[in-house]
Design a protein around this ligand. Structure first.
Ligand code: NAD
Length: 511
């Protein structure tokens, strides 16, 4: 069994190698740190210590990575799906072998509690296995018959693609995007978030170790405004899959417009969880707490807006407040920690700013509402905030409309079903929604009426890999999961064959 102490010493051991080497880029099968590279220090949110020095990619390195991916594409595309399947399973084996290392490094790099990160590595491997198994049939299509013609479709991989990922659960999210791209036969240039580059480099190491051919997988480190921008503008990149904020999504769309890039954008959310009087009280309470306070609240599908019906409001909020006050804030490597530090200074400042915004707007802070110094060593080091519950809020307040992306929940009261739907939809986002009721008809009605890409009825966000994942409105464009991912990473071709000698219109036949 692991303990806080054993986790700390194992993490130190794994991180030691990054102390003496610069983290560079993975281009055409080689780890490279171009001479003269500008470097930035990657700080751990736990105590602001330097986890590693990272090279900043210039346009030149991005171009090299894109060219490597372009050149590697024909051979990867032409490799039989059964071979790709084998390689990607091998890759998943290697992830599993390094699961502890991945989890510990991810925790130190992002501040995410080890309690949740242990599963992230396993889920990453599962993503690869799921799409690996689909690789042999990825090109398969459908047929459609007409009286005198038969149509059939087939799919082929679109080419080299860019994958741009955020800092929240970066390992899991990267595997989620890269696995289907590779299984489909695309080659990849990955740009991880500058705030959490560590596990992306482990993935690149694993790619080399697993025998993924040179150039099929490339990783460039650096900043969005230069490296991300160049990647989304590069003519050899045929599509961009972004997981990021609703500010970055439209920027990338503009950057990719001149090269007519295909875009898949998974963006922000301010997702409602609606609890009706007739809900299973205890299960709803568990789910409400889990879906906003797990993963530090830094989660796109977090249920950050609680709409609670007036009949149970007082009882529900009292029970909720007790649970929130009891959440264990601490060092992410402590197995008992439920909430770790925010990712970095800018995000910490942003989350803190909402504590006064709530007061100015006239909401009540029932629990928390302040930065909390470091529960690790009692100093101000580390980006810790108190788990927070705002009540007596109105839907038009900033704390109800804006994505705070921290362990902060805003509760709003409602009376009737119609009002709940109106409140849920009166927002620019539309990623996810959660409905708690024992009336199945009402569950169905709400699921139909709420403007979101994903609804869960009487459940937290259970993920099913074949099901579509994605948002509407400012939460994004496109869907991931199962065949939806292949549709994005592949072009569909229709072939139409005449069955006989049907009549062809004759032009220019007059004598
Ligand atoms: P971000 O948009 O700031 O950054 C995401 C990535 O985009 C980073 O790698 C960044 O370097 C890059 N980037 C920034 N500007 C760019 C530009 N002009 N061109 C190209 N690339 C650029 O997001 P973040 O702060 O890292 O992540 C948090 C956000 O991600 C939240 O809004 C969250 O809701 C969202 N998110 C969404 C999902 C989803 O599935 N919908 C999942 C996880 C996170």
């Amino acid at each position: 069994m692991t303990t806080f102490k054993s986790n700390v010493s194992a993490a130190e051991e794994f991180l030691a190698k990054f102390k003496n080497q610069t983290i560079g880029h993975f281009i055409n099968g080689e780890m490279v740190v171009p001479s003269g590279s500008e470097l930035f220090e990657n700080l751990s949110p736990v105590d602001k210590s330097v986890v590693g020095k990272v090279a900043v990619a210039t346009e030149r390195e991005v171009d090299q990575a894109c060219e490597a991916a372009r050149d590697a594409f024909p051979a990867w595309r032409d490799m039989p799906g059964s071979e790709r399947r084998k390689l990607l399973h091998h890759f998943a084996d290697k992830i599993e072998e390094r699961a502890d290392e991945i989890a510990l490094i991810e925790s130190m790099d992002t501040g995410q509690p080890i309690k949740f990160m242990k599963k992230a590595a396993i889920r990453g491997a599962a993503n690869f296995r799921f799409f690996a198994d689909k690789a042999p049939e990825a090109t398969a299509g459908s047929s459609s018959f007409q009286e005198e013609h038969t149509n059939f479709t087939s799919r082929s991989p679109i080419g080299a693609v860019g994958i741009i990922t955020p800092w929240n659960t970066p390992f899991m999210l990267s595997t989620w995007k890269i696995a289907p791209a590779l299984a489909a036969g695309c080659t990849v240039v990955h740009k991880p978030a500058e705030l959490s580059p560590m596990t992306a480099m482990l993935l690149a190491e694993i790619a080399k170790d697993a025998g993924i051919p040179n150039g099929v997988w490339n990783t460039i480190n650096g900043f969005g405004q230069v490296a991300g921008k160049r990647l989304s503008e590069h003519p050899d990149i045929k599509a961009i899959a972004l997981v990021g904020s609703s500010i970055t999504g439209p920027l990338i769309m503009k950057q990719g417009a001149d090269t007519l890039k295909r875009m898949h954008l998974e963006l922000g959310g301010k997702n409602p969880v609606i609890v009706f009087d007739d809900a299973d009280f205890d299960r709803a309470l568990d789910a409400v707490v889990f879906m906003i306070y797990s993963l530090n609240g830094e989660r796109c599908t977090s249920s950050s807006r609680l709409l609670v019906q007036s009949g149970i409001k007082d009882k529900f909020l009292a029970a909720l407040a007790k649970r929130v006050a009891n959440l264990q804030v601490g060092h992410p490597l402590d197995p008992n920690t439920e909430i770790g530090p925010m990712i970095g200074q800018v995000h910490y400042d942003k989350v803190n700013s909402y504590f006064s915004v709530a007061k100015d707007d006239g909401a009540e802070t029932l629990v928390g509402g302040a930065p909390c110094g470091s529960p690790v060593n009692g100093t101000e080091e580390g980006y810790y905030v108190e788990p927070t519950l705002f009540v007596e809020a109105k839907n038009n307040m900033r704390i109800a409309q804006e994505e705070i992306f921290g362990p902060v929940l805003t509760a709003i009261e409602f009376d009737a079903e119609d009002e709940a739907i109106k409140l849920a939809n009166d927002i620019e986002f539309g990623l996810a929604g959660y409905i708690w009721t024992n009336d199945s008809g009402r569950g169905m009605r709400l699921a139909r009426s709420i403007e979101a890409g994903m609804l869960w009825v009487n459940s937290e966000n259970n993920r099913n890999l074949p099901s579509p994942f994605g948002g509407v409105k400012m939460s994004g464009v496109g869907r991931d999961g199962g065949d939806y991912s292949f549709d994005f990473y592949m072009e569909t071709k229709n072939v139409c064959v005449a069955l006989g000698t049907h009549k062809i219109p004759v032009l220019g036949g007059l004598s």
